[in-house]
Ligand binder design. Sequence first.
Ligand code: NDP
Length: 457
Amino acid sequence: MSKFDYDLLTIGAGSGGVRASRLSSGFGARVGIVENSRIGGTCVMRGCVPKKLLVYGSHFAHDFEDAKGFGWQLDEPKINYSKLISDKNTELDRLENVYGRILRENGVSHLEGIGRVTGPNTVEVTGADGTKEYSAEKILVTTGGWPHLPQVPGVEYAITSNEALELETLPKHIVIVGGGYIAVEFAGMFNALGVKVTIIIRAGNILRGFDEDVRDTLAEEMEKSGIIINRECVVRGIEETADGYSLRLHGTETIECDKVMYATGRKPNTFGLGLVEAGVELDEGGAVKVDKNYQTSVPSIFALGDVTNRINLTPVAINEGIAFANSQFNQNPMVMDYNAVPAAVFSQPPVGTVGLSEQQARENGEVDIYMSRFRPMKHTLSGRDAHSMMKLVVMRESGKVVGCHMVGDDAPEIIQGFAVAIKAGATKAQFDATVGVHPTAAEEFVTMREKLPDHGH
Ligand code: NDP
């Protein structure tokens, strides 16, 4: 009989924590999971899932407009936004129950309350019934991240993505500070719903780190759809006015709006967790430092997912959870391969990307670039002024396709399949030997024959 209450105590029931816990339990471990908020974590409760439902909801506005070009006669369609929010919340309740059931059916105990590490093998849980300490052979920290706002006078007036998903009514003009994933996704959603959207970015372009052609194309398409992008611009302060807020920019320049949203990145949730006191090393940004087995500087304490601030994506946390459970409780050591992790941005139009950007690939040797910009067939009749961009980055010597990028309708769906090819090390010759599916946008990826002669990036 083990001297510990649990073999594994997980703190945080998000995507990574739930997967690691239920698999470990399935492998025979006695597992408890501590969660103070809703089971499901950021992705299910405050991120990917509600965001995508609202993106779907908003996209109908484009679909109704486009339908007119195909002969449809529609009365002015109107959205009941509070109904969309309420239906979205019903779906989140359903998913929370599903997650709770999955944990129960897999024999994982849910310890409701705030968890704090009190030693290498102990966790204190403070819940409605007071504080209780539990012991565990292994502790797994999967507490995720939280929106981080810079210190600007009046920033307390701003909302984050958490509140933006809960608005009961739509603002007239929203200013979104930041140009990352969250900023461009919410900008697209609000814009489609008829809200005036201004993005403020401190840099020269949105989506730092993405391929330059992806950044340029998306920015151009967003601007064509009416989103204002205010580049190289810094907010100095926010004041409340009779009608909303006034943002002070350079000198005397101001922007008036009725909602301010900050999407300026997320910070790992390690504050007050007792990790430093227990001897766990954090990096300068507060992320838990781990090795390839998710082990921290304290051998019995592990961490994975956004709290380690590496690739902050749900499927990465899930795969890390699978590797952790197999390695620790199934005598099946697994090390995750972080190469060619695909990603999507649910902007309008969306982005799908896998592998290296042109700029990253050039650091490894000579590259050939294949690119296609075109007006999707649908918009020849819809009349929408929208263009797609697809790009392959190929290493000249090996012929391997190391990057595959798309901005345009269905890009996230299309890129998943090509991610398999990139992961398998496919060459451009193999792309060329693949027959296209016609008529689709996706076929462009296997029919690009001309190298770009002289490319600006
Ligand atoms: P990101 O890191 O993607 O972007 C942060 C943005 O905020 C950047 O444009 C950055 O500018 C800007 N910024 C940072 N600090 C400041 C500051 N002090 N003043 C002004 N601007 C600032 O963060 P997000 O919040 O958008 O998203 C967090 C993470 O969540 C993402 O990185 C991603 O991992 C994940 N996510 C994934 C999604 C998906 O898979 N579809 C969707 C949503 C989130 P600069 O470019 O100059 O650094």
